[in-house]
Design a protein around this ligand. Structure first.
Ligand SMILES: [Cu+2]
Length: 329
């Protein structure tokens, strides 16, 4: 190797180091700005909010993953901008290729180490978050691995069918409604099942998602800790009106819930008697008639009974409204 070649290599190396220092500096400054912004300003607004323990957990996970992803994104964008500005091909000068990266042990080692650390970190964190804190709002099947410490949970049965969600409250005589009402500051045990095909109960604001399988009692836990509206959607393609399979609900104060549930139990008693007795799963016939979940005496099939129900006391239920002053947090 001639001394000229050696001098050229040293010059190139010095130039490379200077680029590296600049880029690292820019990356560090941008990262130092964006990380606190995510932690303090963006975290409280990340989906799905913090209405329940599981929603809060999902929001925390989103924050951690965003904070891991942000420096990577900043590095890519900073390098992109730097390359556009600094490595521009000057007009009228011959086009020179940069030094090859291939065979550069330092770059290869750094690449493999950093990407492995990020992927393994995300894997360990994700696995821990999925299993350990509160079951993560996911369904755990008929015999849950994770169960809440509190033994005073409210069981709510979620029934999916083409194409509606209904809810039965076994501790209040097993009445059935289309509105998901929940008391605040309460451990809820959702028992999710289906009368026909596979659906998926997705209560967005609650951070709960549980498959609804026919013949299976799929249990998911969450603890409510904020008042507010709930939107429920079906999250498993279940037929032609899958997209229309949604409903609403509300987390209300425990006393408002108690009043509502007791009133419903009383007012719906004639309809509840027409339902099959409460069970963890049901075996309807294929078309719902002749011994299906809804017997032929069902008010939904009998127009007269149905109309009576609509104009009867059920039609005049006092609307449950959440007052702004009742909001927690
Ligand atoms: Cu569905």
């Amino acid at each position: 190797m001639t001394s000229e070649e050696t001098a050229d290599r040293i010059e190139r190396r010095r130039e490379g180091l200077s680029h590296w220092k600049w880029l690292t500096g820019v990356w560090l400054i941008l990262t130092a700005i964006i990380e606190p912004v995510i932690y303090f300003l963006i975290w409280p607004h990340l989906p799905p909010g913090n209405m329940t323990s599981s929603a809060r957990g999902a929001q925390f996970d989103m924050m951690v993953l965003t904070m891991i992803a942000a420096p990577v994104m900043v590095a890519v964008l900073a390098y992109f901008a730097y390359a556009l500005i600094v490595f521009r091909h000057p007009k009228g000068r011959p086009l020179v290729d940069g030094p090859p990266l291939r065979g550069n042990l330092r770059v290869q080692t750094a690449w493999i180490t950093i990407t492995s650390a990020i992927v393994m970190g995300a894997f360990v964190f994700g696995t821990y978050e999925l299993i350990v804190p509160a079951g993560a709002g996911g369904a755990e099947g008929p015999s849950p691995i994770w169960t809440p410490a509190s033994h005073t949970e409210l069981p709510v049965q979620v029934i999916g069918q083409q194409w509606i969600w209904t809810y039965r409250y076994p501790t209040f005589g097993g009445f059935e409604t289309t509105q998901l009402m929940l008391p605040n500051n309460t451990e809820i045990a959702f028992h999710v099942t289906s009368l026909d095909v596979i659906h998926s109960f997705w209560a967005y604001q609650l951070g709960v998602k549980a498959d609804a399988n026919p013949g299976v009692d799929d249990v998911a836990f969450t603890q409510t800790n904020q008042l507010g509206r709930i939107t429920v959607r079906c999250s498993e393609l279940c037929g032609i009106w899958h997209g229309a399979m949604y409903g609403y609900g509300e987390v209300v104060s425990p006393s408002a819930f108690e009043t509502w549930a007791k009133a419903m139990e009383r007012r719906l008693a004639p309809a509840t008697r027409l339902l099959p007795p409460f069970a963890w799963t049901y075996t309807p016939s294929a078309n719902g008639a002749g011994g299906g979940y809804y017997p032929q005496t069902d008010p939904y099939y009998d127009k007269t009974l149905y109309d009576q129900g609509r104009s009867g006391p059920e039609g005049n239920l006092p609307a449950l409204r959440v007052e702004k002053s009742q909001r927690v947090g």
